[in-house]
Design a protein around this ligand. Sequence first.
Ligand code: OFO
Length: 165
Amino acid sequence: MIKQSILDALNNQVEAEATASQLYLAMASWADARGLEGISEFLFAHSDEERMHMLKLVRFINERGGKAIIPALQMPRQDFQNLHEIFEMLLEHEIKVSEMINEIVDLTLAEKDYTTHNFLQWYVSEQIEEERLARIILDKLKLIGDDKGGMYLFDRDISSFHSPK
Ligand code: OFO
């Protein structure tokens, strides 16, 4: 049976993944309303991925004899200054999620819960990839600056930067 401390941490993570999904959905919708087709598709897909991360946790908790808690969420930001702000926020959020995952990994070792420890390794790798991707995108946005032609190409090519898994 899964320990309560691990259960609480995993349920907290369910909320973090759901929050990320909603935030990226709000960003996607913002980009969609501005005709940024490639960027909105990328963000819609990223939002779906975060929901999948949440579902994976929900299923794992229930399989281990715990009870997954489906949380109420706060309304995410609806408006953003520009793409730079969006991807800065996204990177910041991913860094926070990585820290949370690492803390649960620490806890699983302290509690000798090697099953959950093993399960979390997928999230550890996933976070490396997501942070890497967000940094690549931010670097490209910095290069483009206010260049409209560059932004057109960025919007066209973003899907080839590898969507998060
Ligand atoms: Fe990108 O956060 Fe999920 O794990």
